[in-house]
Design a protein around this ligand. Structure first.
Ligand code: AMP
Ligand code: MG
Length: 418
């Protein structure tokens, strides 16, 4: 397990910027060293544990990039079109029997190996066949045109995939192109998830009139799974210090991270802080982020704990900035900074300098056809509809004090957050 010291997340400043938070996490969390070997079909989304050097060049042999006719460079027509007698045919998967004869051309198809001595291919669309059945090739084609040399994509022996890469379908494709059947990946990060609050009922359980169904736990578990974690659903803890402490202590040893939602404000019924302090240590991070409020960071028996706020939107946004980098750091993943895409704002917004704000927005086409961001009409951090009916978040940096329509703003798509 992670095994961190008790004061590992202590922070002396009054307010922590988002960048400071991410920096504190990524420098303090130790990467899990346990590996496992997974079949390629299971590798998507996992974190690669070792570099992969190309065991063969890609493409593995020099081949034609088009359907057409192959010739020697020495025979390329210079000023006038020239008729060539046909000397054989090579299809994809076939092999040339002999070198192409001087002054001849070979019929060849996309992906077929180039015959020895042939260096250039004419596209079939650019040639014509004369009455005698000869192939008339036009002048002016560049030597080597329409040929894919062995290793032009990836030379043999080069590092093609880096340890720490979170695998996407294209990385899996590359491993398959090398003929690999499995990859060594970091084992899944084990995360225990709790909700806290007497007002919560689990979907499927009876709901008292003063209760609402727990939605955050399902959102957070889904987000964690998208990050490749193995998630333990530990249900709802009541707002009571002893049962909170028992619940947390029970899971600490067997998980790499404990995630809770709710109960981390400083209200009388916010018991997570006291519960964690009775069995480990905890600091409240006051992050300069909206929506957000405090995020709790703690250690229980060497296992890190993150306590997210209860309001669904605050929980979502702080997950992205605190939990995501923690999970990536635990998995030894290469840094994946979120990169906002500049888009036009179609809204007005006022904000305080000194904190970062995230505005829920939808995308639409403006009258000139350009994409623009439209702010969700309401702002409450409890509005789940504001996450469901929008496409992403506009990030407004610490220095910004407002947005006017037409201004360029940075857009983060929900699709790119996990
Ligand atoms: P708290 O952070 O515990 O003060 O909660 C803030 C608000 O978020 C309250 O209105 C809670 O009812 C709500 N809330 C807390 N936990 C959840 C949850 N798991 N699902 C949905 N809403 C929640
Ligand atoms: Mg609460």
């Amino acid at each position: 397990m992670a095994q961190l010291s008790d004061d590992c997340f202590a922070f002396s400043g009054p307010m922590m910027s988002v960048d400071e938070a991410v920096g504190l996490i990524t420098t303090r969390v130790n990467a899990i060293a346990d590996l496992e070997t997974v079949a390629l079909v299971e590798a998507d989304g996992r974190v690669l544990a070792r570099d992969v050097a190309a065991p063969l060049p890609l493409p593995p042999f020099t081949n034609s990039a088009v359907d057409g006719y192959a010739v020697r460079n020495a025979d390329l027509p210079q000023r006038d079109a020239q008729a060539f007698p046909l000397d054989g045919r090579i299809q994809a998967g076939g092999l040339a029997q002999a070198p192409v004869k001087p002054g001849h051309t070979v019929r060849i198809f996309t992906g077929a190996p180039m015959p020895p001595d042939a260096e250039t291919v004419f596209m079939q669309e650019d040639v014509r066949i004369d009455e005698a059945g000869k192939i008339v090739l036009p002048p002016g084609l560049k030597p080597g045109a329409n040929v894919r040399p062995a290793g032009e994509d990836i030379p043999q022996g080069s590092i093609a995939l880096r340890a720490g890469q979170r695998l996407l379908p294209q990385h899996v494709a590359l491993a398959a192109a090398f003929g690999l059947t499995s990859l060594d990946v970091v084992r899944r990060i084990r995360v225990a998830v709790f909700s806290t609050g007497d007002e919560l009922a689990s979907p499927g359980a009876p709901r008292a009139a003063s209760q609402l169904f727990d939605s955050n736990r399902f959102m957070l578990m889904a987000m964690l799974r998208r990050l490749g974690c193995a998630v333990s659903d530990l249900g709802i803890l009541r707002d009571e210090q002893a049962s909170l402490a028992n619940g947390l202590k029970r899971v600490a040893g067997a998980h790499d991270l404990i995630l809770t939602t709710g109960g981390v404000s400083t209200g009388e019924e916010d018991h997570v802080k006291a519960a964690v302090e009775s069995i480990g240590s905890l600091v409240l991070w006051r992050m300069a982020i909206k929506p957000g409020r405090p995020v709790a960071m703690g250690i229980i028996e060497g296992t890190p704990l993150i306590g997210l706020p209860g309001n669904p939107v605050a929980s979502f946004v702080t997950f992205v900035h605190v939990v995501r980098p923690t999970v990536l750091a635990l998995a030894g993943s290469l840094p994946e900074p979120l990169t906002p895409i500049p888009l036009r704002a179609a809204f007005t917004y006022k904000k305080k300098a000194g904190r970062r704000e995230y505005v829920r927005v939808s995308l639409r086409r403006g009258e000139d056809g350009a994409l623009e961001t439209v702010k969700f009409p309401r702002e409450g951090a409890g509005l789940l509809s504001s996450l469901v009916e929008t496409d992403g978040l506009v990030e407004l940096g610490e220095g910004i004090t407002g947005v006017e329509p037409g201004q360029s703003v940075g857009f983060l798509s929900f699709a790119g957050l996990l």
